[in-house]
Design a protein around this ligand. Structure first.
Ligand code: URA
Length: 457
C-alpha cells in the first residue's frame, strides 16, 4: 500500500477500499506514517467526506486498534450512553442511577471536559474520593453487584483515535462527520457495551451546531453502531441553551441530586428521564413508554437516589456528600448578575456560558490544568421568563470578587432580552433507531421520527 496514493484517491473524491483503510489505521498505530501525510489525508476526508462503507470501515478498524473490553463476565445486555457534549448537561448523573435502579446493567465510559462543554468525569471527581480508574475486574464486579459502573476513557481503548484526534485538533479537521462518527463510536464499541444510547446535541452549545448536521450525525452513528452489532438509539436534543440551571462541576452534582429527590421538574429532569428510559428500553427490550413508566416510578419512589448513593460509595466516593452539599467543593464568593432591562428572556447562549464557567476555572484551558470543582454559574431565570431591570438573572460562584466581576459582562451578553415572549423550543427534535433491514438490502434502513410535527427535520 502507498500512503500518497491513498491521499490522492481521497483528494480526488474517490472512495477508499476497506483494505486501504485497515492498512492506514495499522500503519498509523505503528507510527510509520509521518504526521504531514496523516494530516493531508484528514483534510482530504474533511473536504471530500466518506461514504457509509468507508466510515464503517474506519470506525471498526479504529475500534480494533487497541484492546476491546470483555464484559462477558456480566450476564445480560450491557448499556452505555454518550452525549456529544453540552453545557449544564448532567444527564449521566441522573439517567445512570435511574436506569440501573430499574434493572439495566449500565457499563459507562465517560470523558473529561472538552472546550466549552463539561465532562462527566470532572463532575464526579468533585465528589470527595470518587474514583474512575477502576480495573477491568473491579468494573465487572461492581456491574454484577450494583448494576452500574463508570470508568474514564482508557488510553488502551481505540488508540488510533488518540493519534487522529490530536492531529485533527491542530489541522482544523475536527468538524467532519465521518471523523466525528469514527472517533466517538470506535471508543464506545471498544468499551464493550452491547447497546448504546446517543444524545446528539444541536444548537449554539453543541459540537454540531447546525440542525441538519446534527441529524446526519445521529443517523450515521446509529447506522454504523448497528453494523458493528450494537443496539443503537439516538435522540437529537436541544443545546441552544444550557440544559440545566447549573454550569460547573459540584453545582451540577447538587442539581442532579435535586432531580433525583424530585425537587426539580424542568427540561433537564425531563431529558434525564427520557435518556434513562431509552437505556432501559434497549437493555431490557421494552417498549419505550413502558420503560418511561418504570423510570418515573423509580424516581418517585426514591430508588434512583438510593442507587446514586450506592454507586458513589462503590466507587470510593463519600455518599454523605449526596445529602450534605457542604461536603462538596464550594466557592468563596456568590455574586448575582442583575438584568439591565425589562422584557422576556429570548435566548441564553449555551456556548458563551460554557466558556464563562470555564474561565472561572470549571474547565481546563490546557490538558494538564487543574479544575476548580466549586466554581460555576447558576441560572436563576430561564428562556421565556419575564424579567424586570434590576432582577437577578444568574449567580456566579467564584473564588474571588474580581473573578466574579470579570465574567459579569459575558453573562449579560449571553442572556438576550426582548419585548416578545419567545416560542418554546422543543427539547427532543428527533429519535433514530433502525427498523429490520429490508431483505434485498445489505445496508440497514432507518426510522426517523419527528415528535414535533411543527418543526422540520
Ligand atoms: N468527541 C469525540 O470523542 N470525538 C470527536 O471527534 C468529537 C467529540
Amino acid at each position: 500500500m502507498n500512503m500518497v496514493e491513498i491521499i490522492r484517491k481521497k483528494r480526488d473524491g474517490e472512495a477508499l477500499l476497506g483494505e486501504e483503510i485497515a492498512w492506514f489505521v495499522r500503519a498509523l498505530c505503528a507510527g510509520s506514517i509521518p504526521d504531514y501525510q496523516v494530516s493531508a489525508l484528514l483534510m482530504a476526508i474533511f473536504l471530500r467526506g466518506m461514504n457509509g462503507e468507508e466510515t464503517a470501515a474506519l470506525t471498526l478498524e479504529m475500534a480494533k486498534s487497541g484492546g476491546m473490553a470483555d464484559l462477558s463476565a456480566v450476564p445480560g445486555l450491557k448499556v452505555d450512553k454518550h452525549s456529544t457534549g453540552g453545557v449544564g448537561d448532567l444527564t449521566t448523573l441522573v439517567a445512570l442511577p435511574l436506569a440501573a435502579a430499574c434493572g439495566a446493567k449500565v457499563a459507562k465510559m465517560s470523558g473529561r471536559a472538552l472546550g466549552h462543554t463539561g465532562g462527566t468525569l470532572d463532575k464526579l471527581w468533585s465528589i470527595p474520593g470518587f474514583r474512575t480508574n477502576l480495573s477491568e475486574g473491579e468494573f465487572t464486579a461492581q456491574l454484577n453487584q450494583i448494576g452500574c459502573a463508570l470508568i474514564g476513557q482508557s488510553e488502551a481503548l481505540a488508540p488510533a483515535d488518540k493519534i487522529l484526534y490530536a492531529l485533527r485538533d491542530v489541522s482544523a479537521t475536527v468538524e467532519s462527520l465521518p471523523l466525528i462518527v469514527s472517533s466517538i463510536l470506535s471508543k464506545k464499541i471498544a468499551a464493550g457495551a452491547d447497546a448504546i444510547v446517543l444524545d446528539v446535541k444541536t444548537g449554539s452549545g453543541a459540537l454540531m451546531k447546525g440542525f441538519e448536521d446534527s441529524m446526519a450525525l445521529a443517523e450515521e452513528m446509529v447506522k454504523i453502531g448497528k453494523l458493528a452489532g450494537r443496539r443503537m438509539l439516538a435522540l437529537v436534543t436541544d443545546m441552544d441553551e444550557p440544559l440545566g440551571r447549573s454550569i460547573g462541576n459540584a453545582l451540577e452534582i447538587r442539581e442532579a441530586v435535586a432531580i433525583l429527590k424530585g425537587e426539580e421538574e424542568g427540561r433537564a429532569a425531563e431529558l434525564c428521564l427520557r435518556i434513562a428510559a431509552a437505556m432501559l428500553a434497549l437493555a431490557l427490550d421494552l417498549a419505550e413508554d413502558e420503560a418511561l413508566k418504570r423510570v418515573r416510578a423509580a424516581l418517585e419512589e426514591g430508588r434512583g437516589l438510593l442507587k446514586l448513593r450506592e454507586w458513589v460509595a462503590a466507587q470510593g466516593g463519600n455518599p454523605a456528600a449526596i445529602d450534605d452539599p457542604s461536603l462538596l467543593p464550594g466557592a468563596r464568593v456568590r455574586r448575582e448578575v442583575k438584568s439591565l432591562q425589562s422584557g422576556f428572556i429570548t435566548a441564553i447562549d449555551a456556548r458563551a456560558l460554557g466558556l464563562a464557567a470555564g474561565a472561572l476555572g470549571a474547565a481546563r484551558e490546557t490538558k494538564e490544568a487543574a479544575v476548580d470543582y466549586g466554581v460555576g454559574l447558576e441560572l436563576l431565570r430561564q428562556r421565556g421568563d419575564a424579567v424586570r431591570a434590576g432582577e437577578a438573572l444568574a449567580a456566579v460562584y467564584a473564588q474571588s470578587e474580581e473573578a466574579a466581576l470579570r465574567c459579569e459582562g459575558d453573562i449579560l451578553a449571553a442572556i438576550q432580552i426582548g419585548e416578545d415572549e419567545p416560542r418554546p423550543r422543543p427539547l427532543i427534535f428527533a429519535r433514530f433507531e433502525r427498523k429490520a433491514p429490508p431483505k434485498h438490502s445489505i445496508l440497514p434502513s432507518f426510522q426517523k421520527i419527528n415528535p414535533f410535527p411543527g418543526f422540520s427535520c
